[in-house]
Design a protein around this ligand. Structure first.
Ligand SMILES: Cc1cc2nc3c(=O)[nH]c(=O)nc-3n(C[C@H](O)[C@H](O)[C@H](O)COP(=O)(O)OP(=O)(O)OC[C@H]3O[C@@H](n4cnc5c(N)ncnc54)[C@H](O)[C@@H]3O)c2cc1C
Length: 44
């Protein structure tokens, strides 16, 4: 499988970037090793 971008981490940086690129028509893979949402929503 090929993607236009691969974003590592679904935190405050990765999630908006992923959606922003997808809104522009990019195919994006978002890779998260822990809990979706990163430190802000899960522990902050
Ligand atoms: C207790 C606490 C309270 C906070 N309170 C506030 C506040 O009141 N106001 C404020 O503005 N900020 C606050 N922050 C800071 C805020 O949470 C961070 O600035 C923000 O979450 C950073 O976003 P980020 O996307 O850079 O990193 P993160 O949110 O940490 O997301 C990174 C993600 O990447 C994943 N990841 C990392 N390495 C890999 C890998 N190799 N492969 C796959 N996934 C990976 C992690 O699992 C994580 O989900 C707080 C932080 C903490 C810990």
């Amino acid at each position: 499988m090929q993607y236009d971008a691969i974003v590592i981490g679904s935190g405050q940086a990765g999630k908006p970037l992923t959606f922003s690129l997808a809104d522009r028509g990019w195919s994006v893979a978002l890779i998260e090793r822990g809990e979706l949402g990163g430190s802000c929503v899960n522990s902050g």
